[in-house]
Design a protein around this ligand. Structure first.
Ligand code: TNX
Length: 475
């Protein structure tokens, strides 16, 4: 038994839900180019003839509990397709499964003649982890807002729910801050390798955040501090001290810069920046970096991070930081992002988690999409070794860090650092297929993971990526 998408199909969405209607429009926009069908979107009307596709929010009681915030149930019969969820985010995930069940030609930007059939059956699906992210490094290589939206689409396709934007680093400051014009006039004008850099206006960040939110993806903005701040200090020299002279930097070393810990000018700056970033992004988290502050003693680092965390909380956000914060004093409710290779720093992270911190796992030797696939590759770094597709897939979050309580793992993140990138094509070569390894690790139940099956399913994605114009590594 199959269902076939026909020219007269309509998309009926949960009455009274603007979010469901928006998801219906997003689905229609995905299906119209290849099919050439009009696919009107309208509120579901039980008295009308079957629409073809229905996106409903009628999961209730035990089923709603089972589906949670992002789960969905997909039923395909000869009469039509129904996606049901308890929350709008579930519909957003469900339409991507429907898209995957259609023939690969559905990815074409031009009209194609194909039999738009979907196999019949029912699927109940929900994510394993509540945080499933990818970070994009705008600082080492600048990406425009349109390019970032392209990555949001990639994340939506594989059911991610967080886009982490690394907005600042030694090589560039990428976000407009009112009252601090030199950040963008000077701080934004560099990137790795000497290119022109660039920055987003506040409206750009608002717009990308809204585009992601319509796809039920939360933007987590990161302002890295106290290290990784060369670009900010070049723009505002009073932010530095330690008798170090700051010059624009386009290399790829880390750990040499720091905001001045003892200066009130530093905290006045943080209050402005964090306040504005908090107001621009509705999500719960604000990431303050905290990694590789190699010029600071542990004492000075703690003094700084204590004050920075207080400022984040004052502006109504939950602190997120790289796991080095575990070596200082994470505030209650802080989320630590573990990024090292091997089990390095497992002890301090596990101790912080036992004291109540939550942990997002981004182990460099598995989820760093900027690691080279293999020796001899043009793209990617190798400081955490090479990460082939199997290495990116075969690890287990619940037991990855010795001593880390399983319930403290909030989720998993893929990281795309930009040191070796010069274009979106470079980025997609590193991202695909490893984005899917991290997606499956974050979404699917532990017992459903299976490398031979995954490897075969990656190859099945190739015709979709070819038609969608997505670059990838044939691995
Ligand atoms: C380490 S991950 C860094 C980044 C680099 C990355 C390159 C982390 C918190 N710090 O500054 O871009 O390695 O792989």
């Amino acid at each position: 038994m199959t269902w076939t998408l026909t020219p007269d199909a309509r998309i009926a969405t949960a009455p009274g839900s603007a979010a469901a209607a928006r998801t219906g429009e997003i689905l229609a926009a995905l299906l119209r180019p290849a099919t050439g069908y009009p696919l009107p979107v309208a509120p579901y009307d039980p008295a009308a003839a079957p629409a073809g596709i229905a996106l409903l929010l009628d999961a209730a009681g035990a089923e709603a509990g089972e589906l949670g915030a992002e789960g969905y149930r997909l039923d395909v019969t000869a009469a039509g397709v129904t996606v049901r969820a308890a929350q709008p985010a579930g519909l957003s995930r469900g339409i991507q499964t429907l898209r995957q069940l259609l023939p690969a030609e559905i990815e074409s930007a031009q009209r194609v003649d194909a039999a738009w059939t979907v196999p019949g059956g029912s699927v109940t699906d929900r994510p394993r982890y509540e945080y499933r992210g990818m970070s994009l490094d705008l600082a080492r290589h600048y990406f425009t807002p349109a390019e970032a939206r392209r990555f949001v689409d990639h994340l939506a396709r594989y059911k991610y729910n967080v886009l982490h934007l690394h907005l600042t680093d030694d090589q560039g400051w990428r976000i407009e801050i009112d009252g601090r014009p030199e950040l963008t006039a000077i701080g934004a004008s560099t990137q790795v390798g000497g290119g022109p850099g660039g920055f987003w206006t506040q409206d750009d960040l608002r717009a990308v955040t809204a585009y992601a939110a319509e796809r039920h993806i939360t933007v987590v903005p990161e302002i890295d501090m106290p290290g990784h701040t060369n670009a900010a200090i070049v723009a505002y020299p009073e932010l530095g001290c330690d008798d170090r002279k700051y010059e624009p930097y386009t290399g790829i070393e880390v750990g040499f810069s720091s905001l001045c810990v003892e200066s009130e000018a530093t905290y006045a700056f943080l209050d402005e920046v964090i306040g504005q970033i908090a107001a621009l992004t509705p999500g719960p988290y604000l990431h303050i970096g905290g990694d590789e502050a190699l010029t600071l003693s542990a004492e000075r680092y703690k003094v700084f991070m204590d004050r920075a965390q207080t400022i984040v909380e004052k502006h109504g956000k939950r602190v997120m930081a790289w796991h080095q914060l575990a070596g200082a004093a994470p505030v209650p409710g802080a989320v630590l992002e573990y990024w090292n290779q091997g089990k390095e720093d497992a002890d301090i992270v596990a101790a912080a988690a036992r004291a109540g911190a939550k942990v997002v796992l981004a182990p460099a030797d598995h989820t760093y999409l900027d690691m080279a696939y293999a020796a001899g590759e043009r793209l990617g770094l190798k400081w955490a070794g090479t990460v082939d597709v199997k290495q990116s897939y075969t690890w287990e979050p619940a037991t990855h860090l010795p001593g880390l309580p399983e319930e403290s793992v909030l989720g998993v993140e893929a990281a795309l650092w930009g040191e070796t990138l010069t274009s979106v094509a470079d980025a997609e070569y590193l991202v695909f297929p490893r984005l899917l390894s991290v997606a499956e690790t974050a979404w699917s139940p532990r017992e459903a993971k299976d490398w031979p099956s995954f490897e075969a399913r990656i190859t099945e994605q190739h015709p979709r990526w070819d038609r969608a114009g997505i670059g990838y590594a044939k691995r």
